[in-house]
Design a protein around this ligand. Structure first.
Ligand code: GLN
Length: 481
């Protein structure tokens, strides 16, 4: 064995601490589960730049079982949209065993897609001519998430098809309540047992979780396999419903979207950070891996992974706030203009942002403009040190000219990477009509000196704004008084 790096050593420590725990029982549903070596135990952690730390029994493959549920659900949501899928499956924690033959009497739907009732409904909604095609599409998606082609354990699939009377009963119940996407309950069961029989090892599980954590981009292949809005929805359901009963305790103590399966696998996604997985066959009474649970609980605590932990609340998004008097352009000015800029340069705002511009950052910018509106002639918002602008923030920044008399031709956004336009072209981001108003958007330029010079021209009462990039410049500027 080569010597471990620090992070791998941490995983090994967690693994060794839990080895002594031999409580719980293997699943007995099919021989492939009942015959598993109960002492096997592996832990893996996959980063978003594609490194996998793994310890223990990392190369043993086992069937996905319920770990396939979030992925089949994701495919149904990607195919049909959240609303259509929710007409068949709700998103409420159930507090029931995963294989309960039940439908909510209040909503007349299965309670969520992480229990068998909801999973069978979700799988039946996946597009495909027949169960094999639906199962093949789930297999292809799971392969994309794992970063390698996954195989079906045909014996496990056949055994579960043979013994799966509870799932058959559930599928018939779903049909009776109009919650199945196919006419024949047997079709739903057929596709479902194939997704449950996909073979993975603990590294695959960690990479699959990391793909969710990365918003749908596989960290090994760099390929986008799910859209971000689908991932957001699936992670939400995993957070509240993925661990079956005791959902409140899971969110409060571990705080990670996660999923378990009766083969002993458990995966958890840490959004924008990493994926973790553990695998060991002995299960607690809810069908969750005893050691897997202990490992993920511990890693969450020791690595500060709880998604609702506030790591740096209130870091100011505005890195610096000056005026043209303090931050002049390099343009040569004649004595008269120089004197006027010296006198009036403070009637401007130059705001430099950094990091990720979320809604609150854009709110801060708009408020800064609104609060200093008296006599304000020009605003420069510098996005050069910004990594990402979320659509809600981009819409607010685009509407910024409305906060200033004189409109778009007085507001300059330095955005060489095109973050604003990129965010505004994101799906669904234009829906609320915050942009596209008759005030026009700001003037977007690539170069900060160009923006400062143009802002100075505004203070000097010159009308000639620079040429905007793309079509961002809209004439909304009233003549200067
Ligand atoms: N194939 C299993 C079943 O349908 C999956 C259950 C699980 O992993 N929780 O019963």
């Amino acid at each position: 064995m080569t010597s471990d790096g620090l992070v791998t050593a941490h995983l090994r420590h967690v693994l060794e601490d839990s080895l002594a725990d031999t409580s719980g029982e293997r699943a007995t549903d099919v021989p492939q589960l009942a015959d598993a070596d109960p002492d096997l135990f592996g832990i893996a952690l996959a980063t978003l730049d594609g490194h996998v730390h793994a310890v223990g029994d990392v190369d043993v493959r086992a069937t996905l079982q319920s770990l396939s549920k979030p992925f089949a659900y994701a495919l149904a949501v990607a195919d049909l949209g959240v609303d259509e899928v929710r007409r068949h499956v709700d998103v409420e924690p159930s507090g029931e065993p995963f294989d309960a033959i039940s439908i909510s009497p209040t909503t007349d739907r299965p309670r969520n897609p992480m229990i068998n009732a909801g999973a069978l409904a979700a799988t039946s909604l996946v597009r495909g001519a027949d169960p094999d095609e639906r199962a093949e599409r789930v297999r292809a998606l799971c392969s994309g998430l794992a970063g390698r082609e996954l195989d079906v354990d045909e014996d496990a699939a056949a055994a579960e098809l043979e013994s799966g009377q509870r799932n058959r009963a559930i599928a018939h119940l779903l049909l009776a309540h109009g919650r199945l996407g196919v006419d024949d309950p047997e079709d739903a069961v057929r596709a479902y047992v194939r997704q449950c029989a996909l073979l993975v090892d603990v590294r695959d599980l960690a990479v699959m979780a990391a793909t969710l954590a990365g918003g749908g981009v596989n960290p090994l292949t760099g390929r986008r396999v799910l859209e971000t809005w689908v991932v957001r929805h699936v992670l939400s359901v995993m957070l509240t419903c993925g661990m079956y009963d005791a959902a409140g305790d899971w969110v409060a103590t571990v705080g990670l979207p996660a999923k378990s399966g009766i083969s002993g696998g458990l995966m958890a996604a840490v959004p924008a950070e990493l994926g973790v997985a553990a695998w060991s066959p002995r299960l607690d009474p809810h069908g969750r891996s005893v050691r897997g649970l202990a490992a993920v609980r511990r890693l969450s605590a020791e690595m500060d992974l709880h998604t609702l932990h506030v790591h740096r609340g209130g870091r100011p998004p505005v890195r610096s706030s000056t005026t043209l008097a303090d931050s002049p352009s390099s343009r040569e000015r004649g004595p008269e203009d120089a004197a006027r800029l010296a006198r009036d340069g403070h009637r401007s705002l130059v705001l430099a942002l950094h990091g990720d511009v979320l809604f609150a950052a854009a709110e801060r910018v708009v408020r800064a403009v609104e609060e200093s509106q008296e006599g304000l002639e020009a605003v420069v918002v510098d996005l050069r040190a910004v990594d990402e602008v979320v659509p809600a923030a981009a819409r607010l920044l685009r509407a910024l000219p409305r906060a200033l008399p004189g409109g778009g031709r007085r507001v300059f956004v330095v955005d060489p990477a095109g973050l604003l336009d990129g965010a505004l072209s994101t799906q669904g981001s234009r829906d609320d009509g915050a942009g596209g108003d008759d005030d026009g958007g700001p003037v977007v330029v690539g170069d900060v000196d160009e923006a400062l010079a143009a802002a100075e021209d505004r203070v000097l009462g010159r009308a000639d704004a620079p040429r905007a990039q793309g079509d961002a410049e809209v004439d909304g500027g009233a003549p200067r008084p």
